[in-house]
Every structure is written in structure tokens, then in C-alpha cells.
Design a protein around this ligand. Structure first.
Ligand SMILES: CCCCCCCCC/C=C/C(=O)SCCNC(=O)CCNC(=O)[C@H](O)C(C)(C)COP(=O)(O)OP(=O)(O)OC[C@H]1O[C@@H](n2cnc3c(N)ncnc32)[C@H](O)[C@@H]1OP(=O)(O)O
Ligand SMILES: NC(=O)C1=CN([C@@H]2O[C@H](COP(=O)(O)OP(=O)(O)OC[C@H]3O[C@@H](n4cnc5c(N)ncnc54)[C@H](OP(=O)(O)O)[C@@H]3O)[C@@H](O)[C@H]2O)C=CC1
Length: 294
């Protein structure tokens, strides 16, 4: 098994975990980590080639994986897919609600369709997945649900549709945590900051050129995060290490959500020795052991 997780190897042996958006980026990385920890991983996404490729990588590494091509915004398809998974694999132990995304645009330029596309992807789709997994499996046996949101704590200028949806997802996380606790189901959220995932390739290079230099100055850790750093937070919530934690949100953002915009951190404000410290602080890069997306 080539994924070097910080968690013990048999943590999820005999368990079935669903990862939406498992064909790329953070979801793909998380699928590798869960499979390396013994889980039977079910990947969900729209693009069959990406799902197939991730499944093949996991199987090649000695893990167990299958996939379903489904748009999480389509209620009937979600219901039917979860039914098939339960019929094929039995109990569902974990759901990682990771699928989502958005396009950069100021609020005044977002069409109703554009707003709906993003809100349905990042809020409604996650709700549908969680509701079906709860109703068709977890209400009988318990389980753990992890919702991936974003750094939207003081709005999400330039991506307001996504910020609204992610804030909604946090509220959904809190409500579901309370309503479903009596079923033994825990519901938590992970809020990534700027993660150097393959998802970033979806943005126009001219946008990246404009955003990245500004962004770097606002992250106290002085670097973007890596996919494996989000994956390990998800794994923590899925694991028994979080057995008394529900309705919580863990920020994986290098401190960016705490940074004040009044005195933004910038390179010229740092001492040389601080720069050296920040370069050295990243631990082992687990993902470098994986094949990169084409
Ligand atoms: C590197 C550093 C960066 C740094 C940037 C900082 C990053 C902040 C942190 C977050 C990082 C990430 O999430 S990284 C992950 C990124 N990954 C993704 O975004 C992948 C998933 N994205 C998507 O699938 C799409 O973007 C999404 C819109 C959500 C769903 O697409 P759909 O196929 O459903 O949408 P469509 O049918 O094509 O279009 C529906 C409507 O949306 C509008 N629309 C779609 N794309 C549009 C666009 N680019 N600009 C305007 N409008 C758009 C269309 O015009 C339609 O409206 P009408 O024309 O009116 O009909
Ligand atoms: N990278 C970052 O800095 C940050 C990322 N996030 C969020 O983390 C999550 C993972 O992002 P990341 O890995 O970076 O980016 P990716 O674009 O690689 O991942 C998004 C995944 O979601 C899937 N997806 C999107 N819409 C749907 C849908 N309607 N139905 C089913 N699957 C869908 C995509 O697959 P397919 O196209 O095949 O359907 C894709 O695999 C996303 O929700 C993202 O917005 C949040 C904050 C920061």
C-alpha cells in the first residue's frame, strides 16, 4: 500500500466509506487514505474516466474500491445509488461529502442558473447524500458524516454563491449532528483554506496569476495546504478518535481564517528567520507517493 497515513493501518478494516468527488483532488487523496486504512471505498462523481482511474490506482495499491457515476444534485439518482451501494456492500459506515466547486464571479454578475448550479452542488447535493445515507443505512447502525466546506467565515468575496452554500452546509452539519445523535451518527465539517489540489487547475491561469500573490500574503503559514492535510482531518472525524465529537468544524487553512485584513501578513513584514521556519514546517508529503492527475 503506497499511501503513508498517520493513522493505524487497520483502522477501517471491514468498513464501507463513500467519498463524493472521489475521482480528483482532495476526494481522490482521501479515498487513497481510507483504502490504505482497510476501508472498502465507494467513489462518487460525474466523470467516469477520473473515477475509473482512481479506482484502478487504489486496486493496484492493494485496496478495495468501486465507483458510481452520479450527479449529486439529482435526487432520484442519489436515492437509487445509495440503494445500490447498500444492496452491494451492506452497512455504510462513513460518508465524505466532498463533491463541489464554484466559479469566480462578483455577486452582481452571477445569473440565477449560475447561483443555482453552485448552491445545488455545495449545499443541496450534500444534504441529499447525507439524508439518503442516513435513511437507508446509518439510522440502523450509526456512522460518521464529514462535510467539506470552505473558508467563508467573513463572506467569500468573488465566490459569494459558494460562501452562502458553505455557510448553509455548516448550519446543516450542526442541525444534523443534533437530530441524528440518537442514531449514533456523528456529523462534522472540515473547512479547507487554500489547498494546492488538482481542483485549482480548473481556474483560468490569468485568474491564478492575479489571486495567488495576493493570497500568499494572507496565510499565516505562508504556503498553500496539501490534499493530504485535508484528508487526515477527514480521517480523524471518521475514526473512533472523534467518537465524542459531533457538530464540530475543523479549519485546515494554515491560520488564514484568523488573519486580520487590517494588518495582512506579507513577505516584507516577516523576519528572515521566520521565512526559514515556514519553509521547513511541512511534514512528510504523503501525496508525493501517489500518481498525479494527468
Ligand atoms: C489557482 C488559484 C485560485 C484561487 C481561488 C481561491 C479558491 C477558493 C477556495 C476554493 C477552491 C476550490 O473549491 S477548488 C475546486 C474547484 N473545482 C471546481 O470548481 C469543480 C467543480 N465545478 C463545477 O462543476 C462548476 O464550476 C459548477 C458551476 C459548480 C457546476 O457546473 P455545471 O456543469 O452545473 O454548470 P453549467 O451547466 O456549465 O452552468 C450553470 C450556470 O453556471 C454558469 N457558469 C458556469 N461556469 C461559469 C463561469 N466560469 N463563469 C460564469 N458563469 C458560469 C453558466 O453560465 C450557467 O448559467 P447561465 O449561463 O445563466 O445558464
Ligand atoms: N482546493 C481548495 O483550495 C478548496 C477546496 N474546497 C472544496 O473541497 C472539495 C474538493 O475540492 P478539490 O479537490 O480541490 O477540487 P476538485 O475539482 O478536484 O474536486 C471536486 C470534485 O467534486 C466532483 N463534483 C463536483 N460537482 C459534482 C456533482 N454535481 N456531482 C458529483 N460530483 C461532483 C467533481 O467530479 P466530477 O466533475 O467528475 O463530477 C470533483 O471530483 C470541493 O467541494 C471544493 O470546493 C474548499 C475549499 C478550498
Amino acid at each position: 500500500m503506497s499511501y503513508r497515513s498517520a493513522f493505524r493501518a487497520d483502522l477501517f478494516a471491514g468498513q464501507t466509506h463513500l467519498v463524493t468527488g472521489g475521482g480528483s483532488g482532495i476526494g481522490r487523496c482521501c479515498a487513497h487514505e481510507l483504502a490504505a486504512l482497510g476501508a472498502n471505498v465507494v467513489l462518487i462523481g460525474r466523470n467516469v474516466e477520473r473515477l475509473e482511474a482512481t479506482q484502478a490506482e487504489i486496486i493496484e495499491d492493494g485496496g478495495k474500491a468501486s465507483f458510481y457515476s452520479v450527479d449529486i444534485r439529482q435526487e432520484a439518482d442519489v436515492r437509487e445509488t445509495v440503494a445500490k451501494i447498500v444492496a452491494e456492500h451492506g452497512r455504510i459506515h462513513g460518508l465524505v461529502n466532498n463533491a463541489g466547486g464554484q466559479f469566480p464571479a462578483p455577486l452582481m454578475r452571477i445569473s440565477k442558473n449560475g447561483w443555482d448550479a453552485v448552491v445545488n452542488s455545495n449545499l443541496t447535493g450534500g444534504f441529499l447524500m447525507a439524508r439518503e445515507v442516513l435513511n437507508q443505512s446509518m439510522h440502523e447502525h450509526g456512522g460518521s458524516i464529514v462535510n467539506i466546506i470552505a473558508d467563508m467565515w467573513r463572506g467569500m468575496p468573488g465566490m459569494g454563491h459558494s460562501g452562502a452554500a458553505r455557510a448553509g452546509m455548516l448550519s446543516f452539519t450542526e442541525t444534523a449532528a443534533v437530530e441524528w445523535a440518537s442514531f449514533g451518527v456523528r456529523v462534522n465539517a472540515v473547512a479547507p483554506g487554500f489547498i494546492a489540489s488538482s481542483g485549482m487547475d480548473r481556474y483560468d491561469p490569468s485568474f491564478a496569476e492575479f489571486v495567488v500573490p495576493q493570497m500568499r500574503g494572507t496565510i499565516p503559514s505562508s504556503r498553500m495546504g496539501d490534499e493530504d492535510e485535508v484528508s487526515s482531518a477527514i480521517t480523524f472525524f471518521l475514526s473512533p478518535a472523534a467518537s465524542y465529537t459531533t457538530g464540530a468544524c475543523l479549519c485546515v487553512d494554515g491560520g488564514s481564517s484568523l488573519n486580520t485584513k487590517l494588518f495582512p501578513l506579507s513577505d516584507h513584514a516577516r523576519m528572515p528567520e521566520q521565512k526559514a521556519f515556514h519553509r521547513a514546517v511541512k511534514p512528510q508529503a504523503v501525496l508525493r507517493t501517489l500518481k498525479k492527475d494527468a
